[in-house]
Design a protein around this ligand. Structure first.
Ligand code: SF4
Length: 337
């Protein structure tokens, strides 16, 4: 019998631990994923003996070490201890929905120089249960189910492929989150993009482009040297051809680095090829003096230049900067004592 909390068990391990009859597993899953219950003793439709046994095993493995509230209560950032690694999760509330931004790895090995996570290096892969538990913590805070999940926190999701696919299936099948409300944001790993279209329901894919040519992208997204733009574009074309939803291109504007309006037509050309929407966002400060945010007027001019070049482009609102919870600000730091 595996010595792991319930959320860390895969389907067959959970069935072994819960025991017959078969419907018992479905009951436990409802408690774990729909009710976000943390105490098996409260799983009231289970026999007392099963409740006691599951209570001895425990539900989750994340230990929340800090909770920060920003944007007047509309943004919440959690720091969780995941067996010695720090993992961050951000909840963003909007008038019509709540979105949880989850981490798929502790840290990140991709090394993007404008990103605090990339500068902090790689810790370890997260397990599927650790990813899903981040959503369950947010659901408990909200007092209701989470509507949207974005894999835009710490880590490159497609570099932790098996666990991310397992987490997506659990979010979809057990938590009841629709596939189009799940977004995976990737720097673009071609073979994983192709396999993702087969392995999970049709979710939303966001590609972090950040530069329209390989020379500049080699600097801003170092894995571009291994997976250059044309190879990612080909894989994304296959994703679309396989029935994948419309792709979003993420473009983070860094002052004096990738924000010249002259680059916009090249970005627009890539977007048109993929029939993709371009989401622009000013980078968030991370302390590296070479990489600082573009001024708001530069960001607006860039968005205008994209539209003039025929791209469908929007400016993404920045959330969570006051609590270091914005895009690119998630670092593996523990709270100050
Ligand atoms: S931007 Fe994304 S892929 Fe790049 S270092 Fe940061 S977390 Fe990793």
């Amino acid at each position: 019998m595996p010595n792991k909390p319930l959320l860390l068990l895969d389907d067959s391990e959970l069935a072994d631990v819960v025991g017959p009859p078969a419907f018992r597993v479905r009951q436990v899953r409802r408690w774990l994923y729909e009710a976000a219950e943390t105490d098996p003793r409260e799983m009231t439709d289970l026999p007392a003996s099963v409740r006691e046994r599951l209570a001895g095993i425990g539900v989750g493995s994340l230990r929340t070490v800090d909770t920060r509230i920003g944007d007047g209560g509309q943004t919440v950032k959690w720091l969780h201890d995941a067996s010695g690694e720090v993992v961050e999760t951000v909840l963003m509330r909007y008038p019509d929905r709540a979105t949880v931004c989850v981490s798929s790895q502790a840290g990140c090995a991709m090394g993007c120089p404008f990103c605090a996570t990339g500068q902090g290096g790689f810790g370890r892969q997260l397990e599927a249960g650790e990813i899903v538990e981040q959503v369950l913590v947010a659901a408990r805070h909200l007092g209701e189910r989470v509507g949207n999940v974005v894999f835009m926190g710490m880590g490159e999701p497609l570099a932790n492929y098996a666990a991310v696919v397992d987490a997506i299936r659990r979010l979809h099948d057990h938590c009841g989150i629709g596939a189009r409300r799940i977004t995976v944001s990737t720097i673009g790993i071609p073979d994983r993009i192709r396999s993702l279209s087969r392995d999970v329901p049709p979710l939303t894919l966001a590609w972090s482009l950040h530069a329209p040519d390989d020379a500049l992208r080699d600097e801003l997204v170092p894995p571009n040297r291994r997976w250059p733009i044309r190879e990612v574009v080909a894989a994304l074309g296959d994703w679309r051809a396989a029935g994948g939803r419309r792709i979003t291109i993420e473009y983070t504007l860094v002052a004096g680095v990738n924000d010249a309006p002259g680059l916009a037509p090249e970005v627009a050309a890539i977007a048109r090829t993929l029939e993709a929407h371009v989401n622009c966002i000013a980078m968030n400060p991370t302390g590296n003096p070479r990489y600082v945010p573009s001024p708001p007027e530069t960001v607006r001019d860039f968005v205008d230049a994209l539209r003039e070049a025929g791209a469908n482009a929007t400016l993404r609102r920045n959330r969570g900067a006051d609590i270091d919870a914005a895009c690119g600000q998630l670092a593996r730091s523990r709270p100050a004592k």
